[in-house]
Write a protein that binds this ligand. Structure first.
Ligand code: ZN
Ligand code: ZN
Length: 387
């Protein structure tokens, strides 16, 4: 956190932070649509007018860093033909496919983020929180963060990119087979069952990680509250966390699930892209048929919609409920589901009202970190076995 007394006065009486603020504000104004204000409705804008830049986010430096990290593997392969084959890990997809995979994921993130925000700005009637909730008394962005908070998030974005890059490629070289090779296809039925199971395991890890981040005071104060500065989430808010929040979730979520219930190559691709859509939708500020990933899983028992996570953000520290990342099963099972502003996309559980019953942890001695310890033990056993 930047402390006020640490700021040094510049030659013309402006603080260094003021200079940064002006720079960030001008960048945000140019590169990221509707950071501070909603669009002028009297202009009768069409949906295509609301698309923000597909390539650049609010920060040019972070965009360049992302491009460098995406290009680095291709550069490594291009330097020498022989290096390219040396980089391949036996039993995994090729290094080239892995590099293309991360490039595709990044593109999907950008395009789907722009799509969801265009939906949000185009259809006022579909917004989960009514527009009056966005009327801000102080200088804050549409999600409720002030300049100082945005600068801190900007720093965490950089560390998120670097730590995820190291984790992603570290897993490739340290765990052969983690990124599935094309030589071990599964039958359609097996793919379907494994996908369901993998997602529920992933959701289980992420549920308890998220619940710990709320219920363990240290984790809330130093890690997770940063993500909750956004009280009116938009999809651009999805990965704006403390870098360790993203890192921790990647390990106990995707990583543990792929080790315990490995998916084959096509299902792995589908699952990761599906998860990107699902994560962005949860923060989209709309809860409706435009949310493709949530609509696809509505048939599942206890399925949730984006308005559940929206309500989770609206409550800030008081929002110790609705922790599930996908599916919603664990919130219903462990008594932490709340329906929030269900509006026209209410689920079965929202309508029957049972979702509002909150339950405490099973016992005083129980820590929400314990299920994660159990999951880690299972992963260790699997890693020392046949994986
Ligand atoms: Zn949270
Ligand atoms: Zn969130």
């Amino acid at each position: 956190m930047v402390k006020k007394d640490e700021r040094q006065k510049g030659a013309k009486g402006q603080t260094n932070l003021d200079h940064i603020r002006v720079a960030v504000a001008s960048v945000s104004k140019d590169m990221c649509r509707y950071s501070w204000t909603l669009p002028d409705e009297s202009l009768n804008l069409r949906m295509k007018d609301h698309f923000s830049s597909l390539l650049f986010g609010g920060s040019i430096t972070n965009t360049i860093l992302e491009l460098v990290l995406l290009a680095a593997p291709f550069v490594a392969m291009g330097m020498n033909g022989q290096v390219s084959t040396l980089l391949n890990v036996k039993g995994s997809m090729t290094f080239l496919e892995l590099s293309v995979f991360f490039f595709v994921c990044s593109t999907v993130r950008r395009v789907y983020n722009a799509y969801l925000e265009a939906v949000y700005f185009s259809f006022q009637n579909l917004r989960t929180q009514p527009p009056k909730e966005h009327l801000l008394k102080q200088k804050k962005d549409l999600m409720g963060r002030d300049m100082e908070q945005l600068e801190i998030l900007d720093g965490h974005d950089k560390w998120t990119m670097i730590s995820q890059f190291l984790l992603n490629f570290g897993l490739y070289f340290c765990l052969p087979g983690y990124y599935p090779s094309p030589h071990e296809p599964q039958s359609l039925q097996e793919r379907f069952l494994r996908l369901l199971l993998n997602h529920y395991v992933m959701s289980f890890g992420m549920y308890w990680a998220h619940r710990s981040l709320h219920e363990v005071p240290f984790l809330w104060e130093h890690i997770h509250c940063i993500h909750h500065w956004a009280k009116h989430p938009l999809s651009r808010n999805t990965y704006e966390d403390h870098w360790f929040d993203n890192f921790f979730n990647a390990i106990v979520g995707h990583c543990y699930a792929q080790i315990l219930v490995p998916l084959d190559r096509p299902t792995f691709w589908f699952s990761r892209i599906f998860r990107i859509l699902e994560s962005l939708e949860k923060h989209s500020g709309v809860s409706c048929g435009f949310n493709i990933a949530h609509s696809m899983q509505q048939w599942l028992p206890f399925a949730q919609m984006p308005h559940h996570h929206d309500w989770h953000h609206e409550g800030f520290k008081g929002s110790n409920y609705t922790f599930s990342s996908i599916g919603g099963l664990w919130d219903c099972l462990f008594g932490t589901r709340k329906s929030g502003r269900a509006n026209h996309s209410a689920t079965r559980e929202d309508r029957n009202g049972k979702s509002n019953v909150m339950q405490d942890l099973p016992a005083r001695w129980f820590s929400p970190l314990l299920p994660l310890v159990g999951l880690t033990v299972l992963v260790s056993i699997k890693l020392h076995g046949s994986f």
